[in-house]
Design a protein around this ligand. Structure first.
Ligand code: SF4
Length: 316
């Protein structure tokens, strides 16, 4: 499987500005096409068009009439689109192995990732999932998925993009050739990155990787990837960043004079107090690492897990 240099992202077509919505409109998201478009390539799917529905078309919605959730026409509930949408999702999911992430249109009965309205008689509850989204998400449990609405939250946006680049690095490593040593190297480079997300996963994967070279590598790698991607879903918090930053400082603090040490500790603590974004202590740490290099720390993905121009670490 060839892997793109730029991560390839699946996306709901209407978010790219294609006029495929039921009302003939689109939901163009400029952050996605302009900012993320510099770093990702997109491939789009509109499941409702793909199953043959016209533009414009009568609206559809999720309905639970006691026999499970169905996708039905709003004006004509006898029209049931469930089988066509799930069948299309199942078929097209097989073409998504090269994707490194997927951005879905929120609230859609076809594309919504979560909290889609479900009509239950007179009650409406936001606990549904789009019929197409459910199929592709269950076929690709390790693939990072996010909705465009949640992408406007700085923390969730950072987490999604981190996962996309992490998954892309994994795909690239596997495309070059999976071996016990490539897996150990991958894990070594991601140690602080993992620690910033979930310490339990970090420790568990350390024990798992110690088994590489004994037993079946393919199944060990599959287990590793599944836990790795699940661990990254935990948001990196100031407390976790402080833990990692103190670890990194340990690699060169013997070289620092009292003033530099106090300055770095103060900047790390300012991040813990929520006064400066994490990019501030990381920039200072990079400055010291240039003066007192450590090969091990320099190789850590944590220091630059995604392109700096995306400015994902500038939020508090
Ligand atoms: S939400 Fe999905 S099904 Fe609806 S218009 Fe957009 S791409 Fe098509």
């Amino acid at each position: 499987m060839g892997i793109n240099d730029k991560p390839l992202i699946g996306i709901s077509s209407c978010l790219l500005g294609q006029e495929v919505r039921y009302d003939g409109g689109h939901k163009h998201n400029r952050y996605i096409t302009q900012t993320l478009g510099e770093h990702f390539e997109f491939v789009s799917w509109c499941p409702e068009i793909a199953i043959g529905l016209p533009v414009p078309r009568p609206p559809i919605r999720l309905v639970d009439d006691g026999d499970g959730i169905r996708v039905r026409g709003v004006d004509n509930p006898a029209e049931d689109y469930t089988a066509r949408l799930t069948g299309y999702g199942k078929a097209v999911a097989q073409e998504m192995d090269r994707l490194s992430g997927y951005i879905l249109k929120k609230d859609s009965p076809s594309c919504g990732m979560e909290r889609v309205k479900v009509y239950r008689g007179t009650r409406v509850e936001k606990d549904g999932q789009g019929a197409f989204a459910r199929e592709i998400m269950s076929t690709h449990p390790n693939l990072p998925f996010e909705e465009e609405g949640r992408l406007m939250d700085p923390g969730l946006r950072e987490n999604f993009i981190e996962r996309v680049f992490a998954f892309h690095r994994w795909q690239t490593m596997v495309a070059v050739g999976l071996s016990a040593s490539s897996l150990v190297d991958f894990h070594t480079r991601h140690k602080f990155f993992l620690l910033a997300h979930d310490e339990t996963t970090y420790r568990r994967l350390g024990r798992l990787v110690a088994e590489a070279g004994r037993g079946d590598l393919e199944s060990l790698a599959a287990e590793y990837l599944s836990q790795f991607m699940a661990g990254l879903r935990h948001l990196a918090t100031p407390r976790k960043h402080v833990n990692v930053l103190m670890h990194i400082m340990g690699f060169f603090k013997a070289h620092l004079d009292a003033g530099d040490k106090a300055e770095l500790l103060e900047v790390i603590d300012a991040h813990r107090r929520g006064e400066v974004p994490v990019i501030v202590p990381i920039t200072l740490i990079n400055h010291h690492l240039r003066k007192y290099p450590s090969e091990y720390v320099k190789g850590q993905v944590y220091l630059e897990p995604h392109p700096r121009e995306l400015k994902l670490r500038s939020h508090i």
